[in-house]
Design a binder for this molecule. Structure first.
Ligand code: GAL
Length: 340
């Protein structure tokens, strides 16, 4: 009798070991298996910013191409922070709690990245920042943080060169009244944005280095916005009647605002206006002859870089095997000067 009980216990024990090792085996297999879908969060500082909404569209196109090329389904959730860092932090928290695979963040306030970075580290969800560059010490907090953008100094030098080249070809096309100096006004983006200061500084420096004699009439901050730039320009046209020869703008939307004001004023239609971004709207103004030049960052390449890094991270792959990065975490998109 006793002998039989031992047998039964023995068989039960072996069966339990069998079930345990089968379960473990299939769990390990599951880990090796490739994901067939990825979830990415796209967080925008302001959804109605023209340049950003163009990048957003390009990201959606990239996601479709990726799905066709890989058979991996992409779920993109796009959120607009409407310029509130608190709103964006809550959007990040929500996506982290929902188990998103990676986030692409166009941060509202570039000096406030550490809160979301801490949350992302805790949840082990990588972040690809884009367009608004967090300070370097924040980006260095974790190896799963990346940045994609257009180099601000390069944009500005290219913008300045458009004017320098034109001036060298024919000084009277820039110094419109031929008095030996070019009277200009300056439209600047947000003060807190890394691109504003650098673009202003290098655009002017390039003009000076290129031998264009400059005289600044005035300048102002229009926060990248067409309507704000239009209001400022309208004021300047009244303040400096017939004097403004050149309008240098940190981006295309503000350049378009300046053009709106010039068109409304009917005072002087020859003022040269230059922008940066090469948005479709900017290129249209160039074709209409209203914009002298712009600097286009390749938005397909821009979105492709953000998407490629995010998708690789979502699949636990090393982005460096997919795309060339500077210092392991930066991607600078190609830019090209366009002039009429
Ligand atoms: C700049 C761009 C602007 C605006 C801004 C938003 O790089 O030139 O048009 O989009 O980013 O962060």
């Amino acid at each position: 009798m006793k002998k039989r009980t031992w047998w039964i216990w023995g068989i039960l024990f072996l069966a339990a070991i069998g079930v345990w090792s089968w379960a473990k085996g299939s769990r390990d297999e599951g880990q090796d298996e490739k994901k067939d879908s990825i979830r990415l969060g796209i967080l925008l500082y302001r959804g109605d910013d023209t340049f950003i909404s163009n990048v957003r569209q390009a990201l959606e196109e990239q996601a479709k191409l990726y799905e066709q090329g890989t058979q991996i389904k992409v779920v993109l959730n796009i959120e607009d922070a409407k310029e509130s860092q608190n709103t964006q932090n809550s959007q990040v928290e929500r996506m982290l709690s929902l188990g998103y695979d990676a986030l692409c963040v166009n941060i509202v306030d570039r000096s406030m990245a550490s809160t979301m970075i801490d949350d992302a580290i805790r949840a082990d969800v990588p972040i690809v920042f884009f367009n608004r560059e967090p300070v370097e010490e924040d980006l260095n907090l974790w190896e799963k943080l990346y940045y994609v953008g257009a180099d601000a100094k390069e944009s500005a030098v290219l913008q300045g060169e458009i004017i320098v080249d034109r001036y060298k070809e024919d000084p009277s096309s820039i110094d419109l009244n031929g008095d030996g100096k070019v009277d200009y006004v300056l439209l600047e983006g947000e003060t807190s944005h890394q691109d504003s200061l650098i673009r202003t500084e290098w655009s002017i420096q390039t003009l000076k280095d290129g031998g264009v004699p400059l005289e600044k009439l005035t300048g102002g901050i229009a926060n990248w916005e067409r309507s704000q730039a239009s209001a400022l320009t309208e004021q300047w046209l009244e303040q400096f009647p017939g004097q403004i020869e050149l309008i240098i703008s940190n981006n295309d939307d503000m350049a378009l605002g300046a053009i709106d004001a010039i068109e409304r004023s009917k005072i002087m239609d020859k003022i040269n206006v230059v922008g940066i971004d090469g948005t479709p709207q900017g290129v249209q103004a160039l074709e209409r002859g209203m914009l002298l030049g712009t600097v286009q960052s390749d938005r397909t390449e821009y979105a492709n870089a953000i998407f490629t890094i995010a998708a690789a991270l979502a699949l636990d792959e090393d982005p460096k095997t997919k795309i060339t990065l500077e210092r392991g975490r930066y991607y600078w998109t190609t830019q090209e000067a366009l002039a009429r």
